[in-house]
Design a protein around this ligand. Sequence first.
Ligand code: FAD
Length: 463
Amino acid sequence: MSTRRKNIRKVDTDVIVVGGGTAGLVAGLAAAQNGVDAIIIEKHGFLGGMAASGLAWAAFLDENGNQVVKGIPQQIIDRLMQLGGSPGHLVHYLVLSRTPVNKELVKIVASRMAQEVGLHLLLHSLVVETKTSQNGRIEEVIVHNSSGKQSIRGKIFIDATGDAEVAAAAGVPYEKSKSLMPPSLLFELGNVNVDKLLDYLENHPEELEAETETYKTYTHGYKVVDYVKRSYRKFGCFTVSAFRNLIKRVERETKYVHPKGYLVLEKIPISDHILDVSTRVFVDATDAEDLARAEIEAHEQMLRVVDIYTKYIPGFEEAYIASVAPELAIRETRRIIGEYILNESDVLNGREFDDGIGKASHPLDVHAVTANGKDDRLERLKKPVDIPYRCLIPKKMDNILVAGRCVSVTREALGTVRAMPACMAMGQAAGMAAALAVKKGISPKKINTEDLRKLLREQGAIV
Ligand SMILES: Cc1cc2nc3c(=O)[nH]c(=O)nc-3n(C[C@H](O)[C@H](O)[C@H](O)COP(=O)(O)OP(=O)(O)OC[C@H]3O[C@@H](n4cnc5c(N)ncnc54)[C@H](O)[C@@H]3O)c2cc1C
């Protein structure tokens, strides 16, 4: 890799990963581990993206408790466990498994692993332009950062931006739903008396979402509060959806209409902190002006929700806002059109594919696109579904792969593959495929998928 140490203006490398988030981090690690020069370009000052948001990583396990994602994502969890940053994979009554992580330690583990494999990092750097040639190839991306404008040239590009920023700019066709799943502003409340909260829930089981008719079938008669209590005692963590009745009462008393209709609480691995995942704003996050409006709206909404916690919910009387995410967490924007589009039937039936490069087991989890969460959809799969390599290969362009939530799937299938372990599995496959393509001097489209699957297995992934 030819770089100048200070004020780099031009970089020439093998593999360029744009976006160092959930999928991109793993893609960069996989490319570098497989012996090519690789760089991650990331707009924030840390690696991890949504994987470093504080949310538990969902569905490492399937319905029967079998692990469906290993490889690099598991290595990250192992490292976190060594640092006390995760209790490991916890079985969850509704969404199969949750793997709580300490978000600050995720960032540290990510940068340590990147350094160990010689992965180059360009942080605080926004890719603003993609330059293509006549023959369907991306030649370079242009980056803006405090050093100015830089040209980063490479052989293979991996778009892991979540929004398919590079692919879309290069002319790759994509889909974007008319109504998009709404983003949330994640925030943590500190100084929560969790025992008091759990006692209240034990005495008010009607407030637990999974005890209601919609989700009853999933709990197999299991008492949710027992699960929550056991999980808390043993691991200090749990995720629970609750307080629909209370929200209705608040609506009657204050006329404030909560856009989700109930609260989603995540007890994270920090002693008295609860992460809230229940704010909702309706926006197309690829429209900058609308996104600015939504960020402001979400912050106002957060204050209303904090009021609900502190005024109405036992255990939160003395709680305060401990942290707020640096930006909205985006569920859905562009999905590229690739060589195959994974669909709802594939996912629900747990279809196997000859070119499967990873598995996803998270239920088909599509959030309502209107206020009050009435159209939320959560359906379990018959068995884990294979993610075909073709979903990572965009139509038209030759030297680009896509990984993460912007891959080639329908919006229903996205409900399953957007879970973090699946995004990471895609990242590992994309990074490895990019390295193979560089070494063989071919397009990722021409990779022998059996070779790729064999290599993935050898490096610990489940295919
Ligand atoms: C509110 C919410 C709750 C969720 N809950 C869960 C959950 O509990 N468990 C679970 O497993 N999954 C959950 N998900 C889904 C999951 O978090 C995401 O689908 C997944 O993390 C997406 O991974 P990604 O790599 O595609 O995107 P990200 O992790 O967002 O990474 C994209 C990266 O690209 C960078 N980037 C973007 N554009 C550029 C650019 N132009 N230049 C440079 N860098 C750029 C971003 O800064 C970011 O770091 C949730 C999602 C949301 C929004």
